[in-house]
Design a protein around this ligand. Structure first.
Ligand SMILES: NC(=O)c1ccc[n+]([C@@H]2O[C@H](COP(=O)([O-])OP(=O)(O)OC[C@H]3O[C@@H](n4cnc5c(N)ncnc54)[C@H](OP(=O)(O)O)[C@@H]3O)[C@@H](O)[C@H]2O)c1
Length: 336
């Protein structure tokens, strides 16, 4: 019975994104990336893996920032078998567990020590399914992994991203892979303090992660863009919904049914990476800063519309201040 209800929900709840029109071709519609450096988090699988492959095919040195070294090495082996990756790009691994803030600090320090430049940062990794809410330093795990970790990682890499943006012909991008789930947060959502951060929205049916963390991705991206703009920075910060992508069938309550249905209604991970690739390397983003700086994109590789709440400067500032103050309390040993 549960399987039948789940099957009906799967067929009706999700858009049939597999049939969305797509005129984006990564080979044709991305800038040349030879000499450029990119970091993609959660790149051992799914959308992140496909993103890393296309960036490397265009010539970038791509760091797979992954929590599991074995999985990352398997991904590297597969990527290196790709003729265009082998000819043009370079793949490296950096260990990053966004649930472990010390690891996020080590990973950023390693990149800062090894690289003279960083052109593209794709915050793609995400905790998708948690059996029951857990807390990391007192923060709900979805928010810790999907917002606090990426915040910390991005802020630590910002000096190198800024330095790169001063180079002639630079085109630095910071990308947050969010979700249209952010559209469905309650209108009165706030981030005044840790209690607000820890409100759990996962009880709603077919909601695999707390939508608030995906909302936080969009809010943070827009606030970061505003702060960079005030410094007259040329860096572009974008957030996006990749579409419904066939990456999590095994993690649903009915994996056999999902494995059967999802390829028919969801995009493949390769096509699922196109919106991220547009954000990271379409020439249009640099050519039209008034359109794309701070923009939210949707599938497939198009301008989207973030929720009105996500445009609110007061909420962006509130999220930023609370994130900083919670991270300071963690550093001071006040939250275990
Ligand atoms: N698939 C969709 O329909 C869809 C829709 C909307 C948004 N998105 C977003 O797209 C992004 C990519 O998701 P996906 O669909 O490609 O899922 P996926 O295939 O499950 O990939 C998720 C990645 O995140 C990594 N990850 C999880 N927890 C981590 C942690 N603590 N530290 C570092 N890495 C961690 C995973 O590593 P392991 O392999 O080690 O677990 C994996 O590499 C996510 O931000 C997701 O929210 C996806």
């Amino acid at each position: 019975m549960e399987t039948i209800i789940f099957g009906i929900a799967l067929l009706t709840k999700f858009n049939w994104d597999r049939f969305l029109p797509c005129d984006f071709d990564p080979e044709r519609d991305m800038v040349d990336l030879h000499g450029k450096v990119a970091v993609v988090t959660g790149a051992n699988t799914g959308i992140g893996f496909a993103t890393a492959r296309h960036l490397a095919r265009k010539g970038a040195r791509v760091y797979l920032a992954c929590r599991n070294e074995r999985k990352a090495n398997e991904a590297i082996q597969e990527l290196e078998k790709d003729e265009k990756v082998a000819q043009n790009g370079e793949i490296r691994f950096v260990q990053l567990d966004l649930a472990d803030f010390a690891s996020a600090k080590r990973a950023s320090a390693e990149i800062l020590a090894k690289e003279e430049r960083l052109d593209i940062l794709v915050n793609n990794a995400s905790l998708l399914v948690s059996e029951k809410p857990k807390y990391i330093h007192g923060i709900l795990d979805y928010m810790a992994v999907n917002h606090f970790g990426p915040f910390m990682f991005t802020q630590a890499l910002l000096p190198l991203l800024k330095k790169t943006s001063l180079l002639p012909e630079s085109d630095v991008r910071i990308v947050f892979v969010s979700s249209d789930a952010h559209l469905r947060v309650p209108q009165d959502i706030r981030f005044r303090n840790l209690e607000d951060v820890n409100v759990d929205y996962t009880s709603m049916p077919l909601d695999y992660y707390s939508r608030a963390c995906k909302y936080a991705n969009v809010l943070y991206a827009k606030e970061l863009q505003r702060r960079l703009d005030k410094e007259n920075s040329r860096i572009s910060v974008l957030s996006l919904h990749p579409g419904n992508v066939n990456t999590f069938a095994d993690a649903t309550p009915c994996p056999r049914l999902s494995n059967l249905l999802m390829p028919w209604i969801f995009m493949s991970p390769d096509v699922g990476s196109y919106t991220t690739l547009f954000a990271a390397a379409s020439p249009l983003v640099k050519e039209q800063p008034e359109v794309f700086k701070g923009a939210y994109l949707g599938p497939i590789a198009k301008l989207g519309k973030a929720s009105d709440n996500a445009e609110r400067e007061d909420l962006g500032g509130e999220l930023w201040d609370t994130t900083e103050s919670v991270l300071k309390r963690i550093d001071a040993g006040e939250l275990d």
